[in-house]
Design a protein around this ligand. Structure first.
Ligand SMILES: CC(=O)SCCNC(=O)CCNC(=O)[C@H](O)C(C)(C)COP(=O)(O)OP(=O)(O)OC[C@H]1O[C@@H](n2cnc3c(N)ncnc32)[C@H](O)[C@@H]1OP(=O)(O)O
Length: 430
């Protein structure tokens, strides 16, 4: 790693003054982050709104500042690297969601890349997460090649789907309840309550942060501008209570087949999910619906007379997890089966390294360090992150050479022990 004498590392909270003026350091940081992801420059209004959202999330921003800058180059007040973390919760299949340290907004300026700036920021940040008492860290990744070296493993996936609708679209049964159109702006108040029920039902779900409700409500698109094209419908259960919503956009008469793109779909339960699809399948003039956040274990094809109407165009890794404290993380997880197993974890960063005995009795997990024990399986920290939620079959990791079976039958036993209490699925990108 190159020397970092030429840089200052500063961490500070995203902040907005009482009169609504965004903190200049937060603005400069956000401009650098925007450039890092090749996005267009933001207007002053959008910058102010975006900093407000970072502050609402409680994001702590790290900027790396070059001590000198040559004439005409970006000034020393604009960071050459950005990094943020914020607190959230993760459904682990236990009765209560678990606190998780989320990493986001990671960029390094092309002229300062591959000097170890990301490594320095990540090392300091994960140590801080441990010091703050987090057992788990998570992120969503721009590239699958970056984060395994820091002990993060792919833990859940989503599917990009296209669904043929119109006269072809028929369900085998009739979902209960009904749908109605609403003004999309109402989702700002309706959305969070429905999401809370989704979050409680799905292992792998990350709680949602500030930007989501503005986006579903059409108040702010990816660039932070109002989006008048967003429309919305809700699903009512048989008692008349709202238990799901979909926000969607027509993609224009130029695109054939005529298509609705789902901006956000959140269902509190399976009836609401199928009810919303029944609505989407019957929108006149529309022949196709596209969605980039469908579950891997999707009931929709099984609910249709023609399951082939649902086509998967891409399977995308969604949540990457990093176990920081093996004992606490695995004690805070939900289990379906009792059993016992010894896991040897190697971790170049040290946080999760050791030999651990995992015991599940009456559905409750407990973990102790057991350095003298013979391990049943061995994994590295990234593979442990992949195994944690139960969304990855240990047999698949073993076949890939990422998990070593040290005692006969241990992989099957691990599979039974870590089976998730429900399909692993999340719909929060961050
Ligand atoms: C959670 C998120 O925010 S995901 C978004 C990540 N950001 C982006 O994709 C924006 C564009 N990319 C970038 O800004 C930068 O290239 C970054 C942030 C990915 C990497 O920053 P750098 O400072 O160059 O990384 P750094 O020099 O610390 O490299 C650390 C290690 O990661 C490796 N690495 C860094 N970037 C990549 C990459 N894109 N693909 C594969 N390996 C990578 C390095 O080779 C190095 O490996 P080693 O230490 O094991 O030998």
């Amino acid at each position: 790693m190159a020397s970092h004498d030429e840089y200052d590392f500063r961490t500070f909270p995203a902040a907005v003054a009482e009169d609504g003026t965004p903190d200049p350091a937060s603005v400069a940081w956000l401009q650098a982050e925007t450039r890092g992801f090749h996005d267009p420059r933001k207007s002053d209004t959008v910058l102010a709104r975006s900093v407000q959202r970072l502050a609402d999330d409680g994001r702590r921003l790290t900027g790396v500042y070059a001590r000198t800058a040559p004439a005409s180059a970006l000034g020393v007040d604009v960071p050459v690297a950005t990094f943020a973390w914020f607190p959230s919760t993760l459904n682990t299949g236990a009765a209560e969601p678990v606190d998780v340290h989320l990493v986001s907004n990671v960029t390094v300026r092309p002229t300062h890349r591959r000097r170890g700036l990301l490594r320095s920021m990540m090392t300091a940040d994960l140590q801080q997460a441990v010091d703050d008492g987090y057992a788990l860290a998570g992120l969503t990744a721009s590239e699958a090649t970056i984060y395994r070296r820091f002990g993060f493993g792919e833990a859940s996936w989503v599917r990009h789907v296209t669904v043929t609708t119109g006269s072809w679209f028929r369900m085998l049964g009739e979902p209960r309840g009904r749908c109605e159109l609403i003004e999309a702006s109402a989702l700002r108040t309706i959305g969070p309550e429905i999401f809370e029920r989704f979050h409680a039902a799905h292992p792998g779900s990350i709680d949602r942060h500030a930007k989501y409700w503005d986006r579903a409500a059409g108040l702010s698109d990816d660039k932070g501008e109002p989006d008048d094209a967003v429309h919305a419908a809700v699903h009512y259960d048989e008692s008349g209570a709202i238990d799901g919503y979909v926000a969607y956009k027509f993609q224009g008469w130029e695109k054939e087949p005529y298509t609705l793109g789902i901006v956000d779909l959140v269902a509190a339960d399976d009836e609401a999910y199928l009810g919303l699809w029944e609505f989407l399948g019957a929108v006149d003039l529309i022949e196709r619906v596209e969605w980039e956040f469908a579950p891997l274990d999707d009931p929709l094809p099984f609910a249709l007379t023609d399951s082939r109407l649902v086509r998967t165009t891409f399977v995308e890794d969604y949540l990457w997890l990093r176990v920081l404290d093996v004992e606490r993380a695995f004690a805070a997880r939900g289990y379906l089966a009792d059993g016992e197993l010894v896991i040897d974890v190697t971790d170049l960063m040290g946080f999760a390294a050791g030999v651990f005995r995992l015991r599940v009795a009456d559905g409750v997990g407990s973990v102790q360090r057991d350095p003298g024990a013979a391990a049943d399986v061995s994994v590295d920290a990234a593979a442990l992150g992949s195994l944690y939620l139960g969304g990855v079959d240990p047999r698949v990791l073993a076949a890939a050479g990422r998990l070593e079976e040290r005692s006969a039958g241990a992989v099957q036993r691990l599979r039974a022990l870590l089976a998730p209490v429900a399909p692993v699925y999340g719909i929060t990108h961050f």
